[in-house]
Design a protein around this ligand. Structure first.
Ligand code: TYD
Length: 207
């Protein structure tokens, strides 16, 4: 593969993307690839502190402030983790990225999507994922999977999460080359197979 890859995992809370990311990491490592896992918000160090604020702060957070915190964390993740690894020829798997901000802050909170796209561009310095999986599932099922212990974002309600789901499908419709929608209501094994299929289709020359 040589030049490195940046693959992102997106979808509603409770869609199973983290499980799928870990399964893909295992598979790729078994094939001998050098894999780096990261997440947004989070990653490591400062990113984990921003994550703590975003998910657990119990005071008032304005929608714009929330967006800027996600974007600040993204800039850190790109500069400190993603770019160095991809440039060194590694495969970076990232749990959530730019599409989360469009889906959650744009479609979910109702902020202007064009502006979010511009801010995402600034936060990533123009780095785009080579491939993105959106794990799609109906909102009631995903909320049930999340359970009763909900963080600040998960507590935003069914309507909000329906808008997020619609947002993801809309983004995927606009960028079919990069974004592959996967039916996340299937079994973990079936979904993993579909992820491998899509990966092979996209990078057929390299595999
Ligand atoms: P996630 O890591 O999926 O949460 P968990 O580990 O609890 O499953 O995502 C954290 C939350 O942050 C999730 O509700 C989505 C939200 N989020 C945004 O609203 N905007 C963003 O830009 C990002 C990256 C995440």
């Amino acid at each position: 593969m040589g030049k490195g890859l940046f693959i992102t995992f997106e979808g509603a809370d409770g869609c199973g993307k983290t499980t799928q990311m870990k399964l893909l990491a295992q598979y790729l490592e078994q094939q001998g690839y050098d894999v780096v896992l990261t997440r947004e918000p989070g990653g490591k160090g400062l990113g984990e502190k921003v994550r703590e604020i975003l998910l657990n702060y119990d005071g008032v957070v304005s929608d714009r402030c929330e967006s800027f915190l996600f974007l600040a964390d993204r800039a850190q993740n790109i500069d400190i983790i993603v770019n160095p690894a991809v440039n060194a020829g590694k495969i970076v798997l990232c749990d959530r990225h730019t599409d989360s901000t469009v889906a959650y802050q744009g479609y979910g909170r109702g902020l202007d999507i064009e502006r979010i796209n511009k801010l995402n561009y600034i936060a990533t310095n123009g780095r785009k994922p080579d491939l993105t999986f959106v794990f799609d599932i109906d909102t009631e099922t995903s909320m049930k999977r999340v359970g009763k212990e909900k963080d600040r974002m998960e507590s935003a309600g069914l309507e909000f999460h329906n808008r997020v789901r619609y947002g993801y499908l809309e983004i995927a419709r606009q960028e079919p080359e990069r974004i592959k929608v996967i039916d996340a209501s299937k079994s973990i094994e079936e979904i993993h197979k579909e992820v491998l299929n899509q990966l092979a289709k996209k990078f057929i020359q390299e595999f």
